[in-house]
Design a protein around this ligand. Structure first.
Ligand code: NCD
Length: 332
């Protein structure tokens, strides 16, 4: 993998499973007393975030640090973007400092793809507009896999589908792993066409509630909604929110997922968010291990003009990153 822009870049089911297995060994690393390996020593990872983020940015930065990479953080509010610098000039400025990977979040779909044309660094999409969020889908599959066999699991993805890059990436991810996915929400929050999407659709949460194994809730993306998609948040909650009374009607072993940030009291009731059936905190914990796997994998790829096998330089012993990778036990 040269870049990770979309779930499609992971190489289908086999590639996804390989990445999830790699994340498993990094999860073991994160549980050590010293949760760090020297795998990416000397590499520089930049996070370039043009949109707000709490967990995704911190998760990538923690992942890079646990792999011993140097990290640089770029946040729009304190940068020269405020003085009118373009995305191209910003990328070229960062590139000139010598970097290996750019983790990018942008409100424009396709921005990470565009950046690949401007830099020799590997690019990881941390969410672009309504398009994709592949590491979120990976960490969700990873979390689900810890509890269930994904093949044949019935998953309802509920809420603001049309504005959600998480929905788009997760439909691809869950379908690739053999889950049975139903999208649930008001017609105004569904994409105009679902042609080619491997999903069922329902506009009635109560109808699907008793049949699913996993309820995956999405935030109403107020910042992307023009207006009039539903009468009010209160009405949304009444029809599509996972309220306490709906939660009481779920099958006994149902699990609830949410990518965060949650709007408690809107798409998810306070008590449900904190209940034992909620995997939200595990999703965040697993995010670090999954992003360690992605950064490790992507930075092993030979860059243009390099020898390409990751072998030590002639004339001097250099650690092979492979040998510094995750190990099940012991400390590095
Ligand atoms: C999501 C995002 O930004 O796409 N959050 C996240 O990355 N954990 C979902 C959202 O903002 O609702």
């Amino acid at each position: 993998m040269r870049h990770l822009l979309s779930v499609d870049d992971l190489g289908g089911r086999a590639g996804i499973e390989r990445m999830l297995d790699l994340a498993d060994s990094f999860l073991a690393v994160t549980r050590r007393e010293i949760p760090k390996v020297p795998a990416l020593l000397g590499k520089v990872v930049v996070s370039l975030f043009y949109e707000e983020s709490t967990r995704t940015r911190l998760s990538f930065e923690t992942a890079a640090k646990r792999l011993s990479a140097d990290t640089m953080t770029f946040s729009v509010s304190t940068s020269s973007v405020k003085k009118g610098e373009s995305l191209l000039d910003t990328v070229q400025t960062i590139e000139a400092m010598g970097i290996d990977a750019i983790v990018v979040r942008h409100s424009a779909a396709g921005a990470p793809h565009r950046i690949t044309g401007w830099t020799r660094a590997a690019v990881v999409n941390a969410g672009d507009g309504r398009h994709e969020h592949p590491t979120q889908a990976l960490l969700d599959a990873f979390t689900l896999r810890q509890h269930r066999q994904i093949e044949g699991t019935r998953i309802a993805i509920v809420g603001d589908i049309v504005h959600s890059r998480v929905a788009r990436s997760n439909v691809k991810m869950f379908a690739a792993l053999g889950a049975d996915v139903t999208l649930v929400g008001p017609p105004t929050l569904m994409p105009e066409s679902l042609e080619g999407w491997p999903v069922g659709v329902s506009h009635d949460l109560d109808e699907v509630l008793g049949e699913v194994d996993i309820v995956y809730l999405l935030r109403i993306q107020q910042e992307r909604i023009a207006s009039g998609c539903f009468p009010s948040l209160r009405e949304y909650t009444a029809r599509w929110g996972l309220t306490a009374s709906r939660a009481a009607r779920l099958k006994p072993d149902v699990l609830v997922m949410h990518p965060g940030p949650m709007n408690r009291g809107v798409e998810i009731a306070f008590d449900v968010a904190g209940a034992g059936i909620s995997l939200v905190t595990q999703q965040v914990t697993n995010g670090v291990a999954v992003r360690m796997a992605v950064l490790f994998d992507i930075l092993q790829e030979p860059k243009d003009g390099e020898a390409g096998d990751g072998a030590p330089d002639e004339g001097g012993k250099q650690d092979r990153p492979e040998e510094d990778g995750p190990k099940e036990d012991g400390h590095d």
